[in-house]
Design a protein around this ligand. Structure first.
Ligand SMILES: Nc1ncnc2c1ncn2[C@@H]1O[C@H](COP(=O)(O)OP(=O)(O)OP(=O)(O)O)[C@@H](O)[C@H]1O
Length: 485
């Protein structure tokens, strides 16, 4: 049983990979590829707190929320659940005689108690039987992003809110009606509207109905999956205030998923920043929204349309688009876009120049033809046709590549300049394949070689970045990075 200082949810090494094979045969032929939507995520959620999960679209936030309660089945990992011990007299131990069995009509091993609270004591949700899973879903509710499609249009609002009361044998008849009216009132809706249908309500009101439905079963945890992103900004604030108010009154813990950093900052006690299926940073909201930053968080914060008044830097534009979660980059997954990607000890370049050289390397290694290096169409460009680097002279090629990547001449470090010139020569004499072979061994960042752990930076702040890694600190690299902050 959880106390206030112990986690309600303890998530260990959770993974969810989606299979992309289109059919059984493809699967058999081994042609399926796995989308690593959630890839080894661990965290805790404490009673009464809000943990925000933030990151770009497609980074795995919804999959994480859904895997916790097995709306999608996780591949591996544990989700240990401990219910809050509110009132011991009201507790029903599922193993005790107090549980009255009435399984008529049930098609599985469901055990619904006639009264009292069912307890979970560190049970692993990923291993629960279907019956126990159904009981767990009373304690952990899910609010969906889209209030328009998450409510059954053919049911009255009263029936929608009353459904969980019925499923979990919580209230019946007049008692149920009274509870529905109470819940409508709790979420700021008129109880006399219980007989109306969802289409008669605005977007914000629909989300209030979704919240009332989640509250009906008196949960310990609500997973709020982008609950305000479909709403107008003014309505967003009202719903966020309502969620905060309800949290205080009913001692709810929220896992609050959103892509909008301002929304997450407003509501969260702690924040986890997610990138390509992993947590890049987790900490108290104060820690995550102030230096030292994970470079990904820093870029996200710099891009908020109305930045935090404390934000002093310029907007950081990340190069390229997020890589595919089917084949995430080696080492630190963010290294292909990281403005602060670490230089190897043999170079001493301006950071922007170093970033540009690594972008050149990534683009060349991923290119199908030399055209791609210069952002030309992979097939044939109207004006230039297919670029054949072996037909250009070295100087011409050198200038084209420097101008494409904003590289100064020389790049500013003797070793790096020599490597760049050698690259251009290989491109000219051996074409793209020769350049690729050469690039395997040059412009190598420590960030692409080893995956950083999510490490404790302070007791309330974990960061997964080699810049904050003591091993790199001993080489002076991390020290410099932190000093910059
Ligand atoms: N059912 C599925 N089958 C295959 N891939 C999926 C499936 N659902 C999600 N994905 C992929 O898994 C990755 C994570 O998706 P997810 O929806 O969890 O991300 P998200 O951060 O919640 O993004 P968004 O805010 O856009 O929903 C994405 O690459 C997505 O395309």
């Amino acid at each position: 049983m959880s106390t206030r200082d112990e986690p309600l949810l303890t998530v260990n090494n959770l993974k969810k990979y989606y299979d992309t094979s289109e059919g059984f045969i493809e699967g058999l032929l081994g042609k399926s590829q796995k989308v690593k939507a959630v890839d080894d995520v661990s965290f805790e959620l404490y009673p009464g707190e809000t943990l925000g999960v933030v990151g770009e679209s497609g980074c795995g936030k919804s999959t994480l929320g859904q895997a916790l309660v097995r709306l999608v089945e996780p591949d591996s990992g544990e989700v240990l659940f401990d219910t809050v011990d509110e009132d011991e007299d009201d507790v029903v131990d599922p193993d005790s005689d107090e549980v009255m069995f009435d399984t008529a009509g049930e098609d599985d091993d469901t055990v619904e108690p006639d009264s009292g609270e069912v307890q979970f004591r560190g049970e692993d949700i990923t291993q629960l039987s279907r019956g126990r899973l159904r009981e767990m879903r009373k304690d952990i509710q899910y609010i969906f992003q889209d209030p328009y499609s998450s409510l059954n249009p053919r049911m009255t609002v009263g029936d929608i809110i009353g459904e969980p009361l019925k499923i979990h044998n919580i209230a019946d008849g007049a008692e149920r009606t009274e509870r529905i009216h109470e819940l409508l009132d709790e979420v700021g809706l008129n109880p006399s509207h219980a007989n109306r249908y969802p289409h008669e309500f605005s977007g914000g009101q629909k989300q209030r109905i979704g919240i009332a439905r989640a509250l009906a079963v008196d949960p310990d945890v609500i997973i709020c999956d982008e609950p305000v992103s479909a709403l107008d900004v003014s309505v967003q604030a009202q719903i966020l205030n309502l969620l905060e108010d309800l949290q205080e009154r009913f001692d709810l813990a929220y896992l609050f998923i959103a892509h909008d950093l301002s929304v997450v900052e407003h509501i969260s006690d702690r924040v986890a920043v997610m990138y390509l299926g992993k947590f890049a940073e987790v900490g108290s909201t104060e820690d995550v929204y102030a230096p030292p930053y994970h470079p990904y968080t820093e870029a996200l914060l710099s891009a908020i349309p109305e930045p935090d008044p404390l934000w002093e830097g310029d907007q950081i534009l990340l190069p390229g688009s997020p890589p595919s979660p089917i084949n995430p980059p080696s080492g630190c997954r963010f290294h292909t876009r990281c403005p602060r990607i670490i230089q190897p000890p043999e170079y001493d370049l301006d950071q922007e120049v170093w970033r540009a050289l690594t972008s050149l390397k990534q683009r060349a290694l991923g290119a199908k033809s030399a055209n791609a290096i210069l952002s030309l169409s992979e097939t044939e460009d109207e004006d230039i046709g297919e670029l054949d680097p072996t037909q250009l002279d070295t100087d011409e090629l050198d200038q084209l590549v420097r101008s494409e990547f904003d590289l100064p001449e020389p790049v500013g470090d003797g070793n790096a300049e020599a490597a760049f010139q050698e690259l251009i020569e290989r491109l000219e004499t051996e074409g793209l394949d020769g350049a690729k072979t050469y690039l395997d061994d040059v412009f190598v960042s420590p960030c692409e070689q080893r995956e950083p752990e999510l490490m404790e930076y302070t007791p309330s702040h974990e960061i997964s970045c080699h810049l904050y890694d003591v091993e790199y600190e001993s080489e002076g690299i991390a020290d410099d990075a932190v000093a910059d902050d």
